[in-house]
Design a protein around this ligand. Structure first.
Ligand code: AMP
Length: 400
């Protein structure tokens, strides 16, 4: 089953509603980083170059009261988009009503319009009504009535059922995936539904509890599941090893035991760790094998673990990586994450996928992303996708 994508659509002369992810960091009307706007350009350009009228919707931040609205207007985003496209972009400071409808009716083929933040609909007359975030059926129906076709390119919200994704799609004859969404479906969706083998998953990050759904799902699909990061030490505790002051979720120790029993030799745990006296980059630190000594906390995997993981990874045809191997934000504990990232870049026969959230931040910060096949843009959405859940935003996209 393949999903309909932008290139399957005939957009010429059509009013094309597009849900994009323009949820950029913004402070006092100044955009901090426009990566997400840049990432949406290929789909927008495709539509306008093929004679469509691009009507863009996105949320920006969270709107809980009228006071939140002015600082989270889409106006600066529309201005930045205009600079990036090098053409005028109409901004409409409304999410419904005559002003919006008139502006849409005046559009020529190839024009671009950005409407106000979809989450303005979450607060009406000072009251928190969550029309967008709770998928008010009337709102989705109304927005759908403004266009002829719908493209969803916002993977980051695909795990949510909102009026601007699922609501519009359920009132449209056809909904297609944008190029970004198409890539996420191909790589993350493909990894969970039809993985190439050997398939190795690398799961790190702070907590077992955040990743349990992913561990469970990928243990069924992968040939090996490598564990790293803070959650390692809940597994160590479950094995009866000493963990010093390392991060541990005591209420997840039994669960870690169950996972180890189920996984057998599929599960690969680090054999050594970089341990420090404090959670501080400048704290005294050293590398130890096995048990973590009293008075120390483990903040990164050690070089033997890196070599051990590389040995597991060397024959992989597919690698999915979610969660850093250590506290990569501090330079003394970034080595494990950096080395694994660099090694993945050398696996030219494998599809290498980074599963979003902190992992994406880590590969970007450490500069090892360029040689990887796919770096997911979604945080929560990637995690739920890797858990094997159906994402409502993707389910609502039409089949080819
Ligand atoms: P997550 O969002 O679950 O992927 O977790 C990412 C966070 O886990 C990062 O901020 C890391 O600093 C943190 N982390 C990774 N390894 C450790 C560790 N050994 N001890 C404490 N925190 C860790």
């Amino acid at each position: 089953m393949a999903k309909l994508t932008v290139s399957d659509l005939d957009v010429k002369g059509k009013k094309v509603l597009m849900r994009v992810d323009f949820n950029v960091p913004i402070k006092n009307g100044v955009i901090g980083n426009d990566n997400r706007i840049v990432a949406a350009l290929p789909t927008i350009k495709y539509v306008i170059e093929h004679g469509g009228k691009a009507i863009l919707l996105s949320h920006l931040g969270r709107i809980k009261s009228e006071d939140d609205k002015p600082g989270l207007s889409m106006r600066p985003v529309a201005e930045r988009l205009s600079n990036l496209l090098n053409k005028p972009v109409t901004f409409v400071p409304a999410t419904e009503g005559a002003q919006l409808e008139d502006a849409i009716n005046k559009m020529n083929d190839g024009d671009v319009l950005v409407m106000e933040n979809t989450r303005y609909e979450d607060v009406k007359n000072g009251e928190q009504v969550k029309r967008e975030s709770k998928n008010d059926p009337a709102l989705g129906k109304y927005w759908a009535s403004l266009g002829d076709l719908f493209i969803n390119d916002a993977f980051g919200t695909a795990h949510r059922q909102h009026a601007s994704n699922v609501g519009i799609a359920s009132n449209m004859p056809q909904t297609a995936a944008g190029f970004l969404m198409e890539k996420e479906i191909k790589f993350i969706g493909g990894a969970v539904s039809n993985p190439a083998h050997p398939f190795v998953a690398i799961l790190g990050g702070a907590k077992v509890s955040d990743k349990i759904g992913v561990i469970d799902n990928l243990l069924d699909k992968a040939d090996k599941v490598i564990i790293g990061g803070g959650m390692t030490y809940t597994f160590y505790a479950a094995k009866g090893m000493k963990i010093g002051n390392s991060l541990v979720e005591k209420d997840k120790i039994d669960l870690a035991k169950e996972i180890m029993d189920k996984a057998g030799d599929k599960l690969v745990l680090p054999v050594d760790s970089v341990v420090a006296e404090k959670f501080d980059n400048d704290a005294a630190h050293k590398t130890v094998e096995g048990d973590i000594p009293d008075g120390y906390m483990a903040l990164d995997i050690g070089p033997k673990s890196v070599a051990q993981f590389e040995d597991v990874l060397k024959s992989a045809k597919l690698v999915v990586w979610n969660g850093p191997m250590g506290v990569f934000e501090m330079s003394n504990y970034a080595e494990g994450t950096l080395e694994i990232g660099k090694y993945l870049g050398t696996l030219t026969d494998a599809t290498t996928i980074v599963g979003g959230g902190d992992s994406t931040a880590a590969v970007q910060q450490l500069g090892v992303g360029d040689k990887l096949t796919h770096i997911s843009t979604g945080g929560g959405a990637s995690l739920e996708y890797l858990e094997g859940k159906t994402l409502p935003g993707i389910a609502a996209i039409s089949e080819k």
